[in-house]
Ligand binder design. Structure first.
Ligand code: F6P
Length: 537
């Protein structure tokens, strides 16, 4: 797409914004059907987007822009496995990882074979036929990986804790800070522990260092060199590097260059999920994601959840100066959801050039942040309500109680709904004054205190209602956000599948390590050189 249609669309949207007075209270008062009109559902998820600064014309303009942006074609290209990652000349076929039924392509056949290998392995671990170096069954699994090789499976394992097999504990180590690995393994018996070295590239510094340290620990604990294969498996697309590390060929689960790291939890990177919960649970997760894929590929755009969410976010990003998006899952077990989404969204959309390499003259990805509700209400929500920035929020509510404490679930839902209501309504100066007068304050006090009690309101939010926090619906929720991010990338005309920015830090990290071991190069900036001297003193 050339820059003009995008610039024109943004200009048009800004004009539309300037032509109207935007009051959520008034929009609701003037349309009793607003909640029904501005909602849609799919694959067990209901999206209420009525609490957004949107009119029907806004949506029409945004939908018109999807035509200019060629969104339909891009979605088809995604599913067809075209080389849409145009800087790495690869398809982005994470949707093939969750195919259902019989394989219909070479990619799906590879996935099916991998699933068979995973299922067999999981069975051996669960039935105790896979034993460690002393002949005892494996009772503990440690996944060593970082970024996409960590965040997805870690978040899903936590979300699905009611499905965990009691006989196996699953742990995650990501940080190169040795405390992460040593604190984790301190509690584990080496002869009953299995490490999964999860790294698409098998060259990631953190993962390699942790894997080497784990190997050393295993040998120190008495594991003979020739029994290491009972304690180390790998998931990687770099089979040679995994074998060089000492992992037996039959213990390497494949990954492919057509799966991006941040989209990889549906591949064998999801092995910890299958081990923690069983292969059937992992399969349900895939089925839920597939249901959302089908919705994304087939539903009309005006009812298409990922597309609606991307369009709304695009509107705030381009026309309202919204630099961040708060993601607020009202579910303790989804506490790691924002961290997973941060990588997905910010690694995908944190770009400064379009697909052809031209500098963007409009903002790209926003900062994604958030935490589980209701905890956030007692910390950062203050800024959402009364700060000077307008920060759109996504609330995620779970319909079915997630514990037997059903009364608490009612309170959780009350917290969730009242927060989006408060963001919408706010409190005017007149209302604040009235409240203070009613509680007996003097005229002077009312005058002094009222401005502090004003809450601007008119702050937009989406509410996603997920039927149940089970594997199927979780799969559907995650795929929804994956497609939202992809759509946002299409609207911005950027490649959401590369991450060159991360690479510079990796290269410089090696150079700094060399300087720690040797000489500080004369051409370095003074700050880095000084800090290094200070740290080495
Ligand atoms: O640091 C960025 C990144 O490249 C992510 O995209 C990826 O998920 C992560 O590193 C881990 O990479 P790997 O699986 O190759 O170790």
């Amino acid at each position: 797409m050339d820059a003009l249609p995008l610039a024109a669309a943004i200009a048009h949207l800004k004009q539309h914004k300037d032509q109207h007075h935007w009051s959520l209270r008034e929009l609701f008062a003037s349309d009793t059907q607003r909640a029904e009109t501005f909602s849609a559902s799919a694959a067990g998820i209901y999206l209420d987007f009525s609490k957004n600064l949107l009119r029907k014309e806004t949506l029409e303009l945004l939908l018109q822009y999807t035509e200019t942006a060629g969104l339909k074609k891009q979605i088809q290209a995604l599913f067809a496995g075209e080389s849409i990652n145009n800087t790495e000349h690869r398809p982005a076929l994470h949707t093939a990882l969750r195919f259902q039924g019989t394989p219909k392509s070479e990619h799906e056949q590879a996935v099916a074979d991998c699933r068979t290998q995973m299922a067999r392995f999981v069975e051996h671990i669960h039935n105790g036929s896979w034993t460690g170096f002393t002949g005892k069954p494996i009772r503990h699994v440690v996944n060593i990986g970082i970024g996409g090789s960590d965040l997805g499976p870690r978040m899903v394992c936590e979300a699905l804790c009611p499905w965990h097999k009691p006989e196996l504990s699953v742990h995650f180590v990501a940080n190169v800070d040795g405390a992460d690995l040593s604190d984790t393994i301190a509690r584990l018996p080496a002869d009953e522990t299995l490490f999964i070295v999860a790294s698409k590239s098998f060259s990631t510094l953190e993962t390699r260092q942790n894997a080497l340290a784990a190997r050393h620990w295993m040998l120190e604990a008495g594991c003979p060199e020739n029994a290491l294969e009972k304690h180390f498996v790998a998931v990687s697309s770099n089979i040679v590097a995994a074998q060089d590390f000492g992992i037996a060929a039959q213990n390497i689960f494949p990954m492919w260059d057509w799966v991006g790291g941040r989209y990889s939890l549906w591949s064998a990177i999801g092995l910890p999920i299958a081990l923690a919960c069983g292969f059937d649970v992992y399969s349900d997760l895939l089925a839920g994601a597939h249901a959302m894929d089908t919705h994304f590929a087939e539903a009309p755009f005006e009812q298409n959840l990922p597309i609606l969410m991307a369009l709304i976010h695009f509107w705030y990003r381009q026309c309202w100066g919204a630099g961040s998006l708060a993601v607020l899952p009202y579910a303790q077990r989804l506490a790691k959801f924002p961290a997973w989404l941060q990588q997905l969204d910010m690694e995908s959309l944190g770009k400064s050039v379009d697909r052809e390499g031209h500098a963007l003259n409009y903002p790209s990805g926003a900062v994604i942040w958030g935490a589980e509700g209701s905890n956030g209400q007692h910390s950062f929500h203050q800024l959402l309500h009364q700060g000077t920035d307008m920060i759109p929020a996504d609330f995620v509510a779970i319909k079915e109680p997630t514990s037997e404490l059903a009364e608490q679930h009612k309170w959780l839902l009350a917290c969730c709904l009242s927060q989006s209501q408060a963001l919408l309504q706010g409190k005017s100066l007149a209302e604040a004054r009235k409240e203070l007068e009613a509680s007996g304050h003097t005229h002077k006090e009312v005058h002094r205190l009222a401005p502090h009690k004003v809450i601007p309101g008119n702050r937009p939010s989406n509410t996603l209602v997920v039927d149940k926090l089970d594997p199927y619906h979780l799969g559907s929720l995650l795929a929804l956000y994956e497609h939202k991010v992809f759509t946002f990338g299409c609207l911005l005309d950027i490649n959401p599948f590369d991450q060159w920015g991360v690479e510079l830090g990796k290269v410089l990290g090696n150079a700094v390590y060399d300087a720690i071991e040797g000489e500080i190069p004369a051409e370095w900036d003074g700050s880095t050189a000084n800090l290094l001297k200070l740290l080495l003193k």
